[in-house]
Design a protein around this ligand. Structure first.
Ligand SMILES: [Zn+2]
Ligand SMILES: [Zn+2]
Length: 252
């Protein structure tokens, strides 16, 4: 990412907006990060079956999207680490800006642990809750990156760097997507190579308010059309290349 001090300053005021309810907070993260969640059951010989959550993450902060697969326990573990970081920052002086960012780590709703095996109700609750949490983590990583780029030589800088490394590792972006993130900036957004979405056969229309996702193969589709397709197979509907991520395109 090439965001400098100026972009940090434009983001900062929103950090201090008082947030009253969990739903208001989720709305804020969901405004810049779309997460579509699908589930599947994984059975391995000798182990109890578990639910695998497949998240299609579209980040409007970096104009990239990718597929992320996690078990509940993996997201739970990340949350625990972030909550510990929040607590450490709270007790350390000079860490106010990072404490505010990490505040949501424990404040936003997180589906609770169950000792029993997953049933339909548990999976349904987790599907929604984990998706919202992933949106926050993507937002957090971006906000911490801006803190790092602000280049202040204090404790906050080192800790923000640590959070960026932790969340980057967790997000498992495909290499092609990660590289694009480093060189892209919000002023030069990609244009889709075709005029229409090959899934629904309709032309892209700026009035639609639907995000256009481009795959690393170069083909593009409506976000709402593509996520339904990806639920079944993670290949491009046109050329059958692997579809694990790409970029957000715009037509105007
Ligand atoms: Zn479409
Ligand atoms: Zn393709």
């Amino acid at each position: 990412m090439t965001l400098g001090k100026d972009s940090f300053n434009t983001v900062e005021p929103s950090f201090s907006v008082p947030v009253n309810s969990a739903s208001t907070e989720n709305k804020r993260f969901n405004a810049c990060v779309d997460v579509h969640t699908a589930t599947s059951i994984v059975s391995q010989v000798g182990n109890a079956p578990f639910t695998l959550y497949t998240f299609t993450v579209a980040c409007k902060l970096t104009n990239t999207w990718w597929i992320l697969q996690k078990r509940y326990s993996q997201v739970y573990k990340l949350r625990k680490t972030l909550c510990t970081s929040w607590f450490e920052c709270k007790l350390t002086s000079g860490m106010k800006s990072l404490t505010i960012l990490l505040d949501h780590a424990h404040k936003i709703h997180f589906p609770r642990r169950h000792l029993s095996l997953d049933d339909k109700k548990i999976v349904h609750e987790r599907k929604e809750g984990l998706g919202d949490y992933i949106a926050y983590v993507v937002w957090l990583r971006h906000a911490c990156q801006l803190l790092v780029n602000a280049n202040r030589n204090d404790q906050c800088h080192a800790k923000a760097h640590e959070i960026v490394s932790l969340t980057t590792k967790f997000m498992e972006q495909p290499a092609a997507v990660e590289e694009e993130e480093e060189i892209s900036n919000s002023t030069d957004q990609r244009k889709p190579t075709e005029d229409e979405c090959a899934i629904c056969m309709s032309n892209y229309d700026p009035a639609d308010n639907d995000t256009i996702l481009e795959l690393t193969c170069g083909h593009s589709f409506h976000e709402s059309c593509l996520v339904k397709w990806l639920d079944n197979k993670q290949t491009c509907p046109l050329c059958r290349n692997e579809a694990l991520g790409g970029f957000i395109a715009a037509i105007n």
